[in-house]
Write a protein that binds this ligand. Structure first.
Ligand SMILES: [Zn+2]
Length: 403
């Protein structure tokens, strides 16, 4: 059995740094761990895979090879399991489906990510109070439950926003704020605060959000509210809504297949509504053209167009073909090489979250600070790789809206 008794906080923090500098995907592929399902380590408001972090920290601590997933167990049961070792060292562990530690007394047992034990998908609740009592959605007024430091636990669709789009397994959900009264008219721009900010953390940390439909919306139940399962937040944008004011919109994709949702909840649909026809596939199912992915990486010799760095992985070099105008239905970017950049994991992450933009002269720009490791401050280019300025401009517009 692996002995974790000498593991220090320091080596855990070192492993966290390693995760941050490689980026999630490269970290998993380099060390052979899998995405964490149940136990996450919460550190500086960001979640990390508890088992993988401990395995890599073990290598740092003992100056040896990192552990592999088969060398030890994850979870909380037993003294030598990953989450319990981290817990003992004083790190905060989030268990999906369990109350969060550190919640204030009144909120204890209330703040939970993921499924609520004992609550089934499709279950009906007579009103907001009952939803709250069952901890499915604790606030009795607000549409988004969560904290801008941790993420969103749940949302309620109750028809309060004219810009919502609902296709059952795919939802464009309007953030909160800017109305003259709850459910009323949009009278000003929404702000990047509270629930809106919380939902963006779900993207970064891949945390699920519970979705509840009210009787007010098309696919809601006849009466009251219905719990419709877990969704993942895939994208967000700030865009002019129907009223002419800026609203935040979040793209939510169900964790279940469309057919499963329909089968589970169709008996609660209102009489006047037919089961909707499948509209189109979700952003998850977009197939990327692998030949242009390969081509753009080769044209740049697998180095980052922002920092010029080359990272050798175990097998292949680590670099990412990143879309400038994002794919998916929200942004609708095309999968063509003129819409791709070759980036290292860090700059890919930053670019995707609109952490910097590239101007018409290919200067790498941030409004408030300079990008590190970028002495020339210009995108590294290759004559054979044309980039369409229209896509750069789209990305810049999104950057300016969010920042
Ligand atoms: Zn880079």
């Amino acid at each position: 059995m692996v002995d974790f008794s000498n593991i220090t906080k320091n080596s855990i923090e070192e492993a966290i740094k390693e995760f941050d500098s490689l980026g999630e995907d490269s970290f998993y592929s380099l060390y052979g761990f899998f995405k964490e399902k149940k136990y996450s380590l919460l550190y500086n408001n960001k979640t990390y895979p508890s088992k993988a972090i401990l395995g890599i920290a073990y290598g740092f601590e003992n100056n040896t090879k990192p552990l592999s997933p088969n060398d030890f167990s994850g979870g909380m049961s037993g003294k030598n399991t990953a989450a319990s070792v981290l817990d003992r060292l004083g790190f905060e562990i989030i268990e999906l489906g369990k109350p969060q530690k550190g919640a204030s007394r009144g909120n204890l047992e209330r703040n939970i990510f993921g499924e609520i034990p004992g609550v089934k998908v499709g279950q009906l609740f007579k009103d907001r109070k009952e939803l709250s009592e069952h901890r499915v959605h604790t606030p009795t007024m607000a549409g988004i439950s969560g904290s801008q430091d941790i993420g969103a636990y749940s949302i309620v669709l109750s028809g309060g926003y004219e810009d919502d789009i609902d296709e059952l397994d795919y939802i464009l959900y309007t953030g909160h704020g800017g109305q003259d009264n709850p459910g009323g008219k949009q009278v000003k721009d929404q702000e990047f605060l509270r629930g809106n900010k919380a939902l963006t953390l779900n993207i970064q940390q891949n945390l699920p959000v519970r979705v509840i439909r009210g009787h007010q919306v098309e696919y809601g139940p006849q009466n009251g509210y219905r719990y419709d399962g877990l969704y993942y937040v895939k994208n967000y944008q700030k865009t002019k809504g129907k009223s002419g004011y800026y609203v935040f919109r979040f793209e939510l994709v169900s964790s279940q297949a469309y057919e499963n949702i329909v089968n589970t909840i169709e008996n609660t649909f209102k009489d006047e509504y037919e089961v909707p026809e499948r509209v189109s596939s979700t952003s998850d199912k977009i197939k990327r053209n692998q030949s242009i992915v390969k081509k753009v990486k080769e044209l740049h010799n697998f180095t980052c167009q922002v920092c010029g760095e080359f990272f050798q992985g175990v097998g292949d070099p680590i670099c990412i073909a990143a879309h400038i105008k994002p794919l998916g239905r929200m942004h609708n970017g095309p999968d063509v090489i003129e819409n791709l950049l070759c980036l290292c994991p860090n700059h890919h992450d930053l670019f995707d979250r609109f952490g910097f933009f590239i101007d018409e002269n290919l200067n790498i720009m941030q409004l408030n600070q300079e990008l590190p490791k970028n002495p020339s401050k210009k995108l590294i280019t290759n004559k054979k790789h044309m980039i369409n300025p229209e896509f750069l401009n789209y990305h810049k517009t999104q950057y300016l809206i969010v920042n």
